[in-house]
Write a protein that binds this ligand. Structure first.
Ligand SMILES: [Zn+2]
Length: 334
């Protein structure tokens, strides 16, 4: 397996793109100062242990799929190859996880996200609800997948160190985990803007992390509208992209920082955070991402456009920035 170092130098070396590169670097500096890292759908980790006993093997998988659609010998061979690939990288447990995902396809109707708790740190829940709506994010990306985004006044502990091998103290961040009816809950942990942060920068950073967390609610496990076979295709595609030499890496090196003694888990978490990082860059730095990493941009774009064919991340980012500008002029009472 070849895990590449972050490609910061790429951002810096593009001709005529200095301004955008500067913006990205500025953001990254802010992020570093802020001390934030993003976490993953840690709630789902628990299912890894839970599903161990109920094994789901390739033979049963193919039989199940053939109940719904006929497969040619070529398609069967192709599917077998993919199952083998997933098994080799993540162990057979991955099949039960994908099955869980396919079976919790929800019956609940799409609804705007409920946003709460942010008034305690000086933000308007209503404004954030507007920002984190399908006016600015793709249709099918939020209302089907996420029910609550909440600010929690507590620190993160436990899972992160155990599963991701991260030692540093985590004071700021976000998590996504599966809740009821197949919808996910995003929780933010932070202490509010520091004196030297402008409110605008702070909301932009929150939105940046939201774009990462929302991607966990739209992956091969959590996405609500996919059958088992499409989940296999999805995870194979993202894994192969993640493991190929020279693949995109987030500039903070988050993906490669993940360590777990169980290498199947480590690879899986890396792929999951790689997807999170790709989505985060797609929504937050779309032009730089498209230019520097066209293959990865196209991968995210494909999944976004499955539900929202006309989605334009550059246009939508500009609109979000306009909205954030307005939001940051407002004073909110605690
Ligand atoms: Zn994550």
């Amino acid at each position: 397996m070849n895990f590449e170092k972050p490609k910061i130098e790429n951002v810096e070396s593009k001709d005529g793109k200095t301004e955008r590169a500067e913006k990205l670097k500025k953001k990254i500096r802010e992020m570093t100062a802020w001390g934030v890292i993003t976490l993953s759908s840690l709630g789902i980790l628990k299912t890894i242990e839970k599903v161990r006993e109920q094994e789901y093997k390739p033979k049963a998988i193919i039989a199940d799929i053939e109940k719904k659609q006929s497969l040619s010998e070529i398609e069967k061979a192709e599917l077998n190859k993919k199952l083998e690939y997933l098994k080799n990288n993540f162990s057979e447990n991955i099949f039960s996880q994908l099955k869980n995902g396919a079976e919790t396809n929800k019956e609940s109707k799409p609804e705007p996200i409920e946003v709460k708790g942010f008034e305690r740190v000086g933000f308007s829940n209503e404004d954030l609800k507007e920002l984190w709506s399908e006016k600015y994010y793709p249709k099918g990306w939020l209302d089907d997948e996420i029910n609550v985004v909440e600010y929690r006044d507590k620190e993160l502990k436990g899972d992160l160190k155990r599963e991701y091998g991260r030692d540093e103290e985590v004071k700021y961040g976000g998590t996504t985990h599966m809740e009821k009816e197949g919808k996910s809950k995003i929780e933010f942990y932070f202490k509010g803007p520091k004196e030297h942060d402008s409110k605008k920068d702070f909301i932009e950073t929150l939105d940046w992390y939201f774009s990462h967390e929302a991607s966990h609610a739209n992956d091969w496990e959590s996405e609500s509208q996919m059958d088992f076979k499409n989940r296999v295709d999805f995870l194979c595609e993202v894994s192969q992209s993640c493991f190929k030499g020279g693949a995109f890496r987030d500039v903070m090196g988050y993906v490669d920082s993940i360590k777990n003694n169980d290498k199947n888990k480590e690879r899986y978490y890396k792929v999951r955070e790689y997807w999170g990082s790709c989505c985060e860059y797609y929504f937050t730095f779309p032009e730089i991402f498209k230019q520097n990493n066209p293959a990865e941009f196209a991968m995210v774009d494909k999944y976004v456009k499955m539900e929202d064919t006309n989605y334009n991340p550059v246009e939508k980012l500009a609109q979000r920035k306009g909205l954030i500008e307005q939001m940051s002029d407002k004073q909110v009472k605690n």
